[in-house]
Design a protein around this ligand. Sequence first.
Ligand SMILES: *Cc1c(COP(=O)(O)O)cnc(C)c1O
Length: 381
Amino acid sequence: MNVPYSYLDEQFAQIDDYLEDIRRLVQSGDFTLGGAVAEFEERFAKLCGLPYAIGVGSGTDALILSLKIIGVGYGDEVITTPNTFISTVGAIAMVGARPVFVDNNQEYTIDPDKIAAAITPKTKAIVPVHLTGAPADMPRIMELAERHKLLVVEDAAQAILAKINGRHVGSWGQTACFSLHPLKNLNVWGDGGVIVTRSPELYRKLRLFRNHGMTTRDEIEMFAHNSRLDSLQAVIGNRLINEVADITAKRIANAQQYDKAFGDLNEFVTIPLRRPNTQQVYHTYVLRVKNRDGLLRYLIERGVKAKVHYPIPVHLQKASAYLGYKEGDFPVCEKDARTIISLPVHQHLISAQIDYVVGCVHEFYRAGRGSTKEDVLYTRC
Ligand SMILES: *Cc1c(COP(=O)(O)O)cnc(C)c1O
């Protein structure tokens, strides 16, 4: 059996409906911003329970524009976690600030207990990442931020519709950033991103900032970027946004099916932890496992496209060398990088595929492959 990681084939199966929408857009000649982008922004904001959304070129641009517009720049320090997609840290560096790392907790998000020790007089902002679709501990992070007068930009690229106490991620910081990359829970067919905010002033500035700073065709209020959500992509987004509630429900149900099935493998497999009163949306379903490399290979050989998010923590990447971190600085993140595995969890999986994945994992450990010794043997053959 094949269990693919990506689900785009299924999405393209309904391509005629999309092509009809694209034809209409092309005929209208409305290629930049315009009605499709405005419609998408309005619906996206509503989805997050917020007044404002701004469509931009990518999730990375959403982070860069957010950081710039709240005033982060040269000489500032920005706290985030090394357990993230490289883009979070790249964005901080791109605005000229210095990334400062804080280890993650058992939920794969920044550990609020360790943030205070990383704050210096240069600290300007915190960028918590809702990694895997698990919400970072925003109530505690916001309390810290307020106490130390820091700004907060949420990296919510993996976490659309995730919630804490019924309140959406994206509604806590000054802004929050989403990605519409083809592998995200709500995607378009190329690059796209969204910034959400509660602040009318940030909304006004961000709309200018993504579009050359133009207030009218001939007048520029500030020098700025060209990073607009492409109108063709907004057309795709306006179709897929209809499905995002169902997509989320299906991913949660798939995760629950996995959780239950791994109940008897406690010795080898740790299922994703959940804080009470949070909704995780399972952009990735990440287990901590014994003999990770062995299991990864075993699954791939059997048609299960498991992955690792991410095998090299950001502070140990070549790009981070100038920051001066070393191995051992963030033990939780480093151990995770050696022991985590992401199983396919997307909305188009059928129950039989999940059963098959579960069966393969059980087979692996039942065959005694969970020990370190086995790790060596298995790596050799
Ligand atoms: C995908 C992702 C981004 C970047 O989004 P792009 O649209 O690919 O630029 C940023 N942060 C995290 C955590 C992501 O998963």
